[in-house]
Design a protein around this ligand. Structure first.
Ligand code: MRU
Length: 360
């Protein structure tokens, strides 16, 4: 996707394959800074600190982290150590753990001398796969938006979203935002209500930035306003991304998604989840088994932004001594999800059996 007219992906290989570069998402939209990852420790730090975030991008970053580690030591012990290091970075997004399990399956049986090269091939392949999957999600999801536009000629289709499931959360193109980009590029009039997404503000900082760069009309709203907006502003549909979906369709995504889904259901607005089909974790029967990451309370007790002099600064906002609870994700029950927009088409939980058949 483009920033000020120049095309970027969120992660790429450079220096003749000796390092990996990312865009530091903790500084956007105020500062555009590229950060170089030279080691698995760098990759782990980038994931933990959320310089890279979003389930698909975390997975691909981990794959590159494995490749970086094996360049210097490709022994069995080094392989197990890097897998453990990266597994421990963030618990909820299944993409991370799926990627590391896949890397383990491919690399463990290999002679140590071949591991570095194969690990790099795998990371590059996963990055390309991610882009192709997201384009397909965009096409399938755009059918839904197109159908609404056809039913209401001459009027803008209003879409609500939460957090950032755009190109910044993936290698390129995004999941929840992919159908929106596709519809907009076709000339369908769309407008997006963007939940600001406390406490890390991925909506206000990242989704609004992306949509603005792509020329998609949008409005940032406080998270608490989403019910009111859905009830009074003619929202046609909601689309979010997700970090893990259980076999029954229960969906873990950024904290606040459940509230948006409840507000959508109460107002008969369809709520869709967009995802690569492998975000369905067939090993989990229902959402209660999904581990929910809990982050530092300081994220809730403060806000950061850019001051009048252009410096990025953090301000305390709570009463001194206040405690905070900071769950990073919640689980939306399957009954609130109209359908899952995947690269394989629009699926219901009853279709997830097909994914199991394919994996077998
Ligand atoms: O904590 P984050 O910013 O990694 O959470 C991101 C989300 O919840 C996204 O909606 C999800 O990972 C999908 S990104 C395409």
């Amino acid at each position: 996707m483009k920033i000020n007219g120049q095309s970027w992906r969120t992660i790429w290989l450079d220096d003749n394959g000796h390092s990996v570069s990312i865009i530091d998402q903790t500084l956007l939209p105020h500062v555009f800074r590229i950060v170089r990852l030279d080691s698995a420790d760098d990759a782990a730090r980038a994931i933990r600190s959320m310089q890279v975030r979003g389930a698909p991008l975390i997975g691909v970053t981990a794959a590159f982290g494995v490749a970086l580690a094996l360049r210097t030591d490709s022994s069995d012990a080094a392989l197990e150590a890097v897998l453990a290091l990266l597994h421990a970075t963030r618990p909820t997004a299944v993409n991370l753990h799926w990627t590391l399990d896949r890397a383990a399956g491919v690399l463990r049986p290999l002679a140590a001398s071949r591991r570095a090269e194969i690990a790099l091939d795998l990371a590059l392949r996963l990055a390309e796969e991610d882009v192709a999957i997201n384009r397909a999600i965009g096409e399938h999801g755009a059918d839904i938006i197109r159908a609404i536009a056809t039913r209401h000629p001459g009027r803008t289709v209003n879409i609500a979203t939460h957090c950032n499931a755009g190109w910044l959360g993936t290698v390129d193109y995004g999941t929840a935002l992919a159908p929106i980009y596709r519809a907009h590029d076709e000339g369908i009039a769309v407008h997006v209500y963007v939940d600001e997404t406390r406490p890390r503000l991925q909506g206000a900082a990242l989704t609004a930035f992306e949509l603005g760069q792509h020329g998609v009309p949008h409005t940032v709203i406080p998270d608490g306003a989403s019910g009111h907006v859905i009830r009074t502003r003619g929202v046609d549909l909601a689309i979010t991304g997700c970090d893990r979906v259980a076999r029954n369709g229960d969906t873990a995504n950024k904290i606040g998604t459940y509230m948006l889904a409840l507000a959508a259901a109460d107002n008969h607005v369809p709520f869709y989840v967009a995802l690569p089909s492998r975000t369905v974790d067939l090993s989990l029967a229902a959402g209660h088994a999904i581990e929910i990451e809990e982050r530092d309370e300081r994220e809730v007790l403060s806000v950061s932004g850019r001051d009048g002099d252009g410096a990025i600064t953090s301000l305390s906002i709570a009463a001194p001594g206040a405690n905070a609870f900071n769950p990073a994700f919640d689980v939306t029950p399957a009954r609130l999800v109209r359908a899952f927009i995947t690269e394989r088409g629009i699926l219901a939980p009853a279709d997830f059996g097909l994914l199991a058949d394919d994996a077998a």
